[in-house]
Design a protein around this ligand. Structure first.
Ligand code: BG6
Length: 483
């Protein structure tokens, strides 16, 4: 069978990691503008890398030296987008996933009217994509929100965020709806409990007696409600558009076949899927509710919330997949990091330099599991390998490791399609090098396109094609037949 006709091949980037121009044309402070690259912190310790405090935020806002605030400069997609889109088009992209920075449209999140210069930037991007025949897939919230709302309300822990977000989305639909038919609400919504500031603007010190975790589940509830409102609004304004959810697929295997390990693994997986369950089935899973009650973490819900969630479920299920992990009840089991997790090491899998365990078969397992559970079209919206790359004297970059990674994952994806999984498309993370979400490094490179910039912002920002660029181009041209 192979890949279906019209399969959406492409790549995915996010505003906060690519755009730069953090304070240009009226853009306000975003939570990611205070994220710091910490050269002395272990890159495998994601918690230390994403930790925030009020004092840290304030000192970042006052710091006159921009060197360590890598996301403020991104890869300057803001000024390079025509060049970058042309390179994506050269690879034959059918789709490009981007996100919209809330702070470009509403600098503090509370203005009555949007910032027209911010709108003009995205209109320019969408017009160019249209000209090049690349379909946009747009994430409304990808690790980005006005910093002002984090400081004032403790982010999504406060219910007032719902209306502010809906207002932002209304403007996106009104102004970009003619270009965009595929939407995603919250990037990796489940990551809220792993890095609450990035995903939801929560500052642990502001959580008071309730504690950070309770704030996180409250924030998740607010995002579910906001997501449902936005889906309802989208259907009224653009009946032909589609809304998807976005999950970090943390595929977890039992480390042994001891029933205790299997039970612990099952719990982990249920916790991960919960965020998709609510948005697909339109209700909280009973087991999650029981668990939240037991732990005193039940979010406050208002009348009408559950009905709204039930009536406005998503059209498709998208997810990121980088690595799998395992679970064990043995407290001494050897640990291995993955994408914002610290799981138990799988002895059968190799690891990247950042410690993430590479598991292509896990992608097939994830696809089959998600399709079997939800029976909704799936979309792989992130998958890729972060590595250091070397530029040769002649400007070429040989990255066979990246080609091997993608080939192995695409082959498993093809097998899943053969097994009957309905897959809309695949967007690699990321088609061009950009700033790492977790570590704020530039040297953790994912792209088919190399960007000349180092961790401290030195470099010409020139773009170079890696070997993988030509490989992916062939894959797309042959609709996956030539890998
Ligand atoms: C996903 C995020 O979790 O992982 C991306 O949606 C992120 O924003 C990607 O970049 C890879 O993580 P990192 O930390 O290597 O950039």
């Amino acid at each position: 069978m192979g890949f279906p006709e019209g399969f959406l091949w492409g790549g995915a980037i996010a505003a906060n990691q690519a755009e730069g121009a953090w304070n240009e044309d009226g853009k306000g402070w975003s939570v990611e503008d205070v994220a710091t690259y910490k050269p002395k912190v272990d890159v495998k310790d994601y918690k230390a890398n994403v930790a925030v405090s009020l004092a840290g935020i304030r000192s970042a806002m006052e710091d006159e030296d921009p060197t360590y605030y890598a996301k403020r400069r991104g890869i300057d997609f803001y000024h390079h987008y025509k060049e970058d889109l042309a390179l994506f088009a050269e690879m034959g992209f059918k789709v490009l996933r981007i996100s919209i920075a809330w702070t470009r449209l509403f600098p503090t999140g509370e203005e009555d009217k949007p910032n027209e210069k911010g709108i003009a930037f995205y209109e320019g991007v969408f017009r160019e994509m249209k000209r090049l025949g690349i379909e946009p897939l747009v994430t409304l919230s990808h690790y980005e929100m006005p910093l002002e709302l984090a400081l004032k309300y403790n982010g999504w822990a406060d219910r007032r965020m719902i209306d502010l977000f809906v207002r932002f989305c209304r403007v996106c639909f009104e102004r970009f709806g003619k270009y965009v038919k595929l939407w995603l609400n919250f990037n990796e919504i489940d990551s809220l409990i792993r890095h609450s500031f990035t995903t939801a603007g929560i500052i642990p010190e502001l959580c008071g007696e309730r504690g950070e975790l309770a704030c996180c589940y409250q924030a998740a509830h607010h995002q579910f409600v906001a997501g449902a409102m936005v889906t309802r609004m989208m259907r009224k304004m653009m009946p032909d558009a589609k809304m998807g959810l976005m999950l970090t697929k943390l595929t977890t295997y039992p480390n042994t076949c001891a029933p205790e390990d299997v039970a612990a693994t099952q719990k982990k997986n249920l916790e991960n899927m919960f965020y998709a369950d609510v948005q697909v089935f339109g209700e909280y899973p009973r087991m999650i509710l029981a668990d939240l009650k037991k732990r005193g973490l039940m979010p406050v819900m208002e009348q009408g919330d559950l009905e709204l969630i039930r009536e406005n479920t998503v059209d498709y299920v998208s997810f990121s997949y980088y690595n799998s992990t395992t679970e064990s009840v043995d407290p001494n089991a050897e640990r291995a990091p993955g994408n914002t997790i610290l799981g138990v090491k799988n002895p059968y899998l190799p690891s990247s330099e950042w410690g993430w365990q590479i598991d292509p078969v896990g992608l097939r397992i994830s696809l089959v599991e998600l399709y079997d559970r939800y029976r909704k079209p799936l979309f792989v919206v992130e998958n890729g390998l972060g590595m250091r790359d070397e530029v040769e004297e002649d400007g070429s970059i040989h990255d066979p490791y990246r080609i091997d990674y993608f080939r192995a994952h695409l082959k498993e994806m093809e097998k899943a399609i053969d097994e009957g999984v309905e897959l809309m498309g695949y967007t690699s993370w990321a088609p061009i090098d950009l700033i790492s979400a977790n570590t704020n490094q530039m040297s953790k490179r994912y792209g088919f396109i190399y960007v000349d910039q180092d961790d401290l912002g030195n470099g010409t920002l020139a773009r170079y094609k890696k070997d993988s660029f030509y490989w992916y181009k062939k894959v797309i041209a042959s609709n996956g037949a030539d890998m």
